[in-house]
Ligand binder design. Sequence first.
Ligand code: FES
Ligand code: FES
Length: 1009
Amino acid sequence: MITLQINGSVLPVEVSPGTTLLEVLRANGFFGVKNGGCAKGECGACAVLLDGRPVNSCLISAAQAEGHPIQTIEVVGEHPDQGWRKTEGLDPIQQAFVESGAIQCGYCTPAQVLAARSLLSREPNPSEDQVREALSGVLCRCTGYLKPVQAVLRAAAVLRGEAIEPIDGAIPAPPEWLGSPPAGGDVAGEPKSDVQPQLVTRTNVMPRITVTPQSKLMNRVGRPEQKVDAVKLVQGKPAYTADIEMRGMLVARVLFSPVAHARIKRIDVSKARALEGVAAVLTYQDIPRVIYSTAGQSDPIPGPLDMFSLDHKVRYVGDRVAFVAAETEAIAEQALKLIEVDYEELPALFDSQQAMQPGAPIVHDEPEYINFADSDPTRNLAAEIRIDIGDVEKGFAEADLIFEADYEVPKVQQAHIEPHVVVTYWDEDDRLVIRTSTQVPFHVRRILAPVLGLPVKRIRVIKPRIGGGFGGKQEVMIEDVAAHLTIATRRPVRYEYNREEEFVAARSRHPMKIHMKTGVKRDGTLTANEMYCVSDTGAYGCHALTVTGNTGHKAMALYVGDEAYRQSPNIRFYADIVYTNLPPAGAFRGYGVPQGYWAVERHMEKIARELGLDPLLFRLKNALRAGELHPFSMAWSEGREPRPETVHTVGLEECVSQGKAAIGWDQKFANPEWHQIPGKPHLRKGIGVAMVMQGTAIPYLDMGGASIKMNDDGSFNLLVGATDLGTGSDTVLGQMAAEVLGVPLEDMIVYSSDTDFTPFDKGAYASSTTYISGAAVARAAQLVAERIRVRAVRILHERTGAEPLQPEQIILEDRKAIAPDGSFVTLVEIGHDSLHHNDQEQIMAVASYKSPVSPPPFAAQFAEVTVDVETGQVTVDQLVMAVDSGVIVNPITASGQIEGGMTQALGYAVCEEMRYDDKGRARERDLVDYHIFRADEMPELQTLFIETYEPSHPFGVKAVAEIPMDGVAPAVGNAILDACGAQVDIIPTTPERVWRALKKGTEWQARSM
Ligand code: FES
Ligand code: FES
């Protein structure tokens, strides 16, 4: 028994010697202390203050903490309005985090707030470097750290009693902008105050936006509203999947295969089952053999069915062998060690090109395999894509020059800070409840029903707050483990990956080898463009076809050629997506497109330089323009029937113009002096660009639903099946509803998602929530607004006796229904009237939306680097991204998406890579060996939004979440080339690769026709 002092109270606890402080705190309900799964002090999510200093609670034993005051986030501040008990509200640091948009998924937020609190208690006036250093122990995969750093500086200023800019205050435009005003709109942010620019830069979180005339007419859409979940997340409320206590809950663990390819000859679990505290041990012999796909996609899943919950064959190091449920994690771990398995090892495949050779070992030889489209397991092919647009051979024949080169991109990890986690239990109606950190709750329900032998109606999936997903949770990957064990034991079961399991067993981005061949006229007109890619899906084909299809569909669609070629582009995209005995790849933000742009944009840069053309003008000359057909829309639609689609809005030229002004392209690119650093001959500076486009949702397929219910105080419940991963989608959907209903966002009570209560939504992927689910919300809000107007007309008529108005004459604004003469009825009155007084009805509507189009967002990504030509070390100094994502519903959440996306993409560019030894064992198993950027390592980030008004959406929006993943790597690669002439064609651009490229010189040349 020890006694801990937690948040000023004394807590006696029974502990064993190895019990960590993290375990004790969470077991005692301090759920604001998060578990990042690493247990090694890598992520910092579990940090608490011990004697006022941040300490990772997973690293110290509870006994070590005895005698030292402990502070968790729960002590910091609370909601100001607790009914009759008013409080002082949030702490200034928490308040600044909420206001500044520093919270996305919020999983790192309690630890960041505590780290900031510790810093500001010692240093009330910290520099930005000090703030970055203080936050550097807490990894954040969502934000890019800019807004958290700004929030801490803002809080510091507030605590010092200084006046600070309002959060939506203006941002001074840099002088170079004044000479080149953006076309088609106003810049939000002319200088208005005499606050020092330095201070504004550090604490003003608004991005620069060129707004469309239409967005100026909106009240709630376009506003930097605070996220609707920010207050609970900054307080560390128990909002996530694992933040739940249930009587008798068991802990699940999984025995993973230590070999890459084998049959299980014998498995004996008797000793494990006999261990005290073990509730169940399951092998393939115990559960039904049902083939399925873990890919969380709409029905029918566009890929092969090739996976069993448990099988008698293992296909990668990390494949599942047995499930255990026990009273504690320690017992479960012990039980795993008691399971005896004899493997008959089979030859294994670790190379995607080898997998295609005749006679290669076959990864999937099970008779139950169900193929989709062109999968062929006898050739290790999970999918095959052959797309020809126009006449590519004719295009090559008409070219003056042909350029060919090979590129390669690695396998990388989503690395969300909240690991995969699920809790399952039977409810009182014997329905199976699956509380899970998923991006796709409705797909989880549908996909698992046959696997578990339950009808869909007996499964309820609850999606609480999610601590990041980035595609990694668009996979039905762990829910079956806990569900099988709950079925076996009849008890609640929690299953959570640790960080090593995230690396060994979870999904990743598809690594690819890409060959580019491009025909060009000497004036820079593209005549034909061809990509062939071999994509490694690993042991299972989840997302195999669709991810790699998007590599071509998005990355090869941007450049169509000019003049006659623009009318009829010649594009070829062929891909083979092959099985190997490595961990399966899957969905990862960007969904195949970052792979494609690494090849396309490095290739375009080489061509421009070879032809002596301006790289910006060369790209714009050949890029898709507004009013043109999406070239792939007639050729491919994720394995379904393609339909022609016109691209209506393309803000690329403005993106280039403003992005180059913001980074100072004209002063740097062709300026030899700028490339040198005086006194440091080993360093060279370089600047690079990449242009990119993405998609917005999957046309004719993915559907989102929303329901809105009016309450008697004039507030509304907005229920959506859409899944907010931290992106802010609940907030922007609430803003759209608030816009239509004429209320502030605080009157929208937004809830997502629960398959029992919220309408269907395909889930959070394909950059679709704002567009698809947003259109559903707008429709539902319109239906509710119509009922409100009808009622308002009657009430006004009854009050005044005047001639009844037409409902469409009523405007909804300021919580009122207002007639043209200014008379009005409040929404409170209408709520009461409808529920209690006259001709009662529940004002409520449900709507859904499926899009016939997928309007692409566009962007120009710029990067500035410094290269050490002696070591090959690359330092990225600055990233500027100018984005056309249509109308920006919330500038703060949207810029947060861009900053966070650029940061993930930066890791892809320079340091992230999952590698394997010759037995297929992962080399990177933690967040030390697999490095993601920390707060103190970041380059300067800048986001510019160039709004267009997308006519296919009620608020003119396009997607924003995925496009920042696409351009950073090639822009950095091109900047390295600009700095020192090194042609690095493989990412990440490690010092060794850059150094080797420097030694090799430029071997790459065009071939004259
Ligand atoms: S540092 Fe403790 S869970 Fe990651
Ligand atoms: S907000 Fe930091 S990990 Fe998500």
